[in-house]
Design a protein around this ligand. Structure first.
Ligand code: SF4
Ligand code: SF4
Length: 84
């Protein structure tokens, strides 16, 4: 079974701590960090790549990219493990 992996990049400079992204994320990937409550990625592995956070952030602070496809059926070869 193949599973896509995603990267969620958040710009601290653009984020205004409005909370839209962590409210709309259906799988609770996103959160915030005190004291300014800027958005952060808490659980990247739960990201489905739906891009709701990217589309709804009013300050264009989030970019979601597809990183690759992980084949869940095959074991990862030993030398490659550290790089994934
Ligand atoms: S929606 Fe955008 S501006 Fe609002 S908290 Fe998330 S990243 Fe920051
Ligand atoms: S792309 Fe979807 S699942 Fe991933 S962090 Fe954004 S809202 Fe959450």
């Amino acid at each position: 079974m193949a599973k896509k992996s995603y990267n969620v990049a958040i710009s601290d400079a653009r984020c205004r701590s409005c909370g839209v992204c962590w409210d709309v994320c259906p799988t609770k990937v996103l959160g915030w960090k005190p004291p300014l409550n800027k958005a952060i990625v808490k659980e990247l592995s739960a990201c489905t790549g739906c891009k709701l956070c990217e589309w709804l952030c009013p300050d264009f602070a989030i970019v979601v990219r597809t990183e690759g496809v992980v084949n869940m059926a095959r074991p990862i070869p030993e030398p490659a493990r550290g790089r994934i």
